[in-house]
Design a protein around this ligand. Structure first.
Ligand code: TXA
Ligand code: MG
Length: 343
């Protein structure tokens, strides 16, 4: 019999302190952030980091984000910080923004995959901040899922994915943002978006009073990726964040045409921006229909949990209605495109 999965802890002071102690002792602690749950390890403990990569099933040359309790700690972890980065920390930290900066000597190779940059963020979640404060140092934390799978947005998702391979799980309820942080990197001091998230290009431009080149022009497959880090960031690989059930994206007319060809025995999961009645006749049935929210923030919050629920139903495929192409939807569109990718 396999050992029992780790049971989530609550948020009492005692539980937080025991989680911080666990990090200090080289253990792995899953914790909630406002984006998704992270799988944390002491960023300065090479053995803990080796365990983190092993449990995650992640190639060791893929860097992880260092989480800090406050912006005051930034100068211990990064050097030559561009002015624009400081402006972004003031505008968005604590919050769902990761900055890729030149690393200080404090940052071990195991965190950065040997690169000279480090990803850093101060998360906006009371439990994450309390854990980070109690721990004191930097916590290296990728999303708390096995490599290439959907990110967890509840403690139960973490438990299902990682079982007994994690030493402690802090339960902070469902994540409010639901998709991973926006990642901003710099080249010669000029910022660009490496991964879209809740914080949009527009908000970043507004904070900086400067125009960024559009995110689309930097897709890894577009041939004009701006720096080597692009290919080193798994969040930017085409086939990432995937459910096990094959997923296809359709425009609304395409979806309607596909649905018209369904046979009664077909077990297909549909994620659409409307109820079934808007697209098919009342007699229609498929495996499962989920009406997704029409607001991008609400859609993002529900995205991974919905994909997990559909994935558990043993459906033959998932048909997803494309979301609008405007900037507010960039993070959701990006994650859906990756979930649909057949590599
Ligand atoms: O919202 C988030 O960012 C969550 C929560 C837990 O903070 N974390 C997260 O971590 O999504 P992860 O490891 O699943 O994705 C982090 C992304 C990866 O694509 C990684 O390659 C990239 O950040 N990254 C980290 N350090 C980097 C660096 N130095 N250069 C380029 N990319 C980097
Ligand atoms: Mg991840």
């Amino acid at each position: 019999m396999s050992p029992a999965p780790t049971q989530p802890l609550g948020s009492s002071q005692l539980e937080l302190e025991s989680a911080a102690q666990c990090l200090k002792a080289g253990g792995l602690v899953a914790f909630p952030t406002e984006t998704v749950y992270g799988l944390g390890a002491d960023a300065e403990n090479p053995e803990a980091l080796a365990k983190l990569y092993a449990v995650k099933g992640r190639p060791t040359h893929h860097p992880v984000i260092v989480h800090l309790a406050s912006v005051e700690q930034l100068s211990q972890w990064a050097v030559d910080i561009p002015e624009a980065a400081l402006v972004l920390t003031k505008a968005f930290w604590p919050g769902p923004l990761t900055l890729i900066l030149k690393r200080s000597s404090r940052v071990p190779d195991a965190v950065t995959g040997g690169q000279d940059t480090v990803g850093i963020r101060v998360p906006d979640h009371p439990l994450a901040l309390a854990l980070l404060q109690s721990f004191g140092g930097g916590v290296a934390a990728p999303s708390a899922n096995r490599f290439g799978r959907l990110s967890p947005t509840t403690a139960q998702h973490v438990q299902q994915d990682l079982g007994e391979d994690v030493d402690a799980i802090l339960d902070g309820g469902p994540c409010q943002v639901g998709v991973e942080s926006t990642i901003v990197a710099f080249r010669e001091g000029q910022p660009f978006i490496l991964r879209p998230g809740l914080i949009t290009e527009e908000q970043i431009q507004q904070a900086l009073q400067a125009v960024l080149a559009p995110f689309e022009s930097r897709q890894p497959n577009s041939g004009n990726a701006p720096m080597s880090t692009v290919s080193r960031a798994p969040g930017t690989l085409a086939s990432h964040y995937a459910p096990r059930t094959p997923l296809r994206l359709f425009s609304r007319p395409e979806l309607q045409a596909q649905l018209a060809g369904l046979q009664p025995q077909d077990r297909v999961g549909v994620m659409a921006l409307s109820d079934a009645s808007a697209l098919v006749s009342p007699a229609f049935s498929c495996g499962k229909w989920v009406k997704m929210p029409n607001k991008p923030e609400e859609y993002a919050r529900r995205l991974y949990a919905t994909l997990r629920e559909l994935d558990a139903l043993g459906l033959s495929c998932l048909w997803v209605e494309r979301v609008p192409s405007d900037a507010q939807w960039a993070a959701v569109a990006d994650r859906l495109a990756r979930a649909a990718f057949v590599g």
